[in-house]
Design a protein around this ligand. Structure first.
Ligand SMILES: NC(=O)c1ccc[n+]([C@@H]2O[C@H](COP(=O)([O-])OP(=O)(O)OC[C@H]3O[C@@H](n4cnc5c(N)ncnc54)[C@H](OP(=O)(O)O)[C@@H]3O)[C@@H](O)[C@H]2O)c1
Length: 303
């Protein structure tokens, strides 16, 4: 019988692409969704409802499952009001807690959990080149504290015979969803400009590579924490120039100052102003081969 993988957050940018790839590889997929499950999902897919905040989960979603890929979480790119911050944190922490509690209580023989995390765990730094062991560097940023709590919640999966992998994902580049369309919009409309002083590092990954990387960790059941970023992060000024180049649009406006970005986006400006130069070596040492190493090739394939 084919293996069953449970994906949470499967309707999102990463989840959709991963589900397609896993189905193509012959897996059966269960999904846990906070939406009303579709009555006629795709072949080899079963959808189940959950509401992690309310401790609700359809236990049938865990039946026969070997591996879980946890991608659930309320969007980070929303104005960081107090309520939004609670939603962002709680959706991630509670999702893991509800899964762990029910797996333990009902003795589901799950063998592997792969949980999404983010490079926002690393402190804002222009100079540091972050490896996985560097997450203990303290930071006052909200993003870093969320990701620390998110990863701490993974500890509730302290079960015998269950392997745990944490993927610290960088900026996922996809043509239609996520950060890239938002970065392309002003540039496409001749309004492109470098954000802040442009020195901040942006560690990115092509969606195709991220899906392949998750499949690699799943197939080999590799335990541990891994950065999920391409081998060559770029500074914001290079990212903007590279997008302009691929779109064949000049970048004529002066930089958008840090103070204006803070005024426009509030605390959320951290998403575009914080700098994390992150190293991909550890996942490469497991035998994973990236298809997109350089930003220009990644952008050309997407635009
Ligand atoms: N995209 C990136 O650049 C990036 C970078 C680093 C880390 N990550 C992390 O990787 C994960 C997947 O990213 P993504 O880009 O695919 O995100 P996404 O497109 O926003 O999808 C996340 C999914 O989570 C579920 N969700 C939303 N609100 C929820 C809530 N309150 N409680 C439980 N589930 C909720 C939704 O699925 P249902 O509607 O089906 O429930 C949604 O489709 C996220 O946790 C994200 O923070 C993403």
């Amino acid at each position: 019988m084919s293996k069953i993988v449970l994906i949470t957050g499967a309707s999102g940018l990463i989840g959709k692409a991963l589900m397609k790839s896993l189905l193509d590889q012959g897996y059966f997929v269960h999904t846990l969704t906070t939406q009303k499950p579709k009555t006629h999902p795709k072949p080899n897919v079963k959808e189940f409802y959950w509401n992690p905040i309310g401790n609700e989960i359809d236990l049938q979603s865990l039946e026969g499952v070997e591996s879980i890929v946890n991608l659930a979480g309320a969007p980070i790119a929303q104005r960081w009001t107090k309520a939004a911050k609670n939603r962002i944190t709680n959706s991630r922490v509670k999702s893991l807690e509800v899964l762990a509690h029910n797996i333990k209580t009902h003795n589901f023989p799950i063998k592997h959990l792969i949980s999404a995390s983010a490079i926002g765990i690393y402190a804002n730094s222009i100079t540091h080149y972050y490896e996985e062991k560097d997450a203990q560097f303290s930071s006052n940023s909200y993003l870093s504290s969320v990701v620390h709590r998110w990863e701490a919640a993974v500890r509730s999966f302290d079960m015998e015979n269950l392997k745990v992998s944490i993927l610290r994902i960088g900026i996922v580049l996809d043509a239609k969803k996520g950060a890239l369309p938002k970065m392309m919009f002003p540039i496409r409309n001749y309004m492109g400009a470098v954000l802040g002083n442009g020195d901040q590092w942006q560690s990115w990954i092509h969606i195709e590579d991220l899906v392949a990387l998750i499949s690699h960790v799943l197939k080999l059941r590799i335990e541990g924490v891994f950065n999920a970023v391409a081998p060559n992060p770029v500074q914001q000024s290079e990212m903007t120039t590279a997008i302009g180049c691929v779109l064949k649009k000049p970048i004529v406006f002066p930089n958008v100052s840090e103070s204006l970005l803070k005024l426009m986006l509030g605390e959320m400006s951290a998403i575009v102003l914080e700098s994390q130069r992150v190293c991909a070596k550890k996942i490469q040492q497991t035998g994973f081969k990236f298809k997109f190493h350089e930003i220009s090739a990644a952008l050309k394939s997407l635009v």
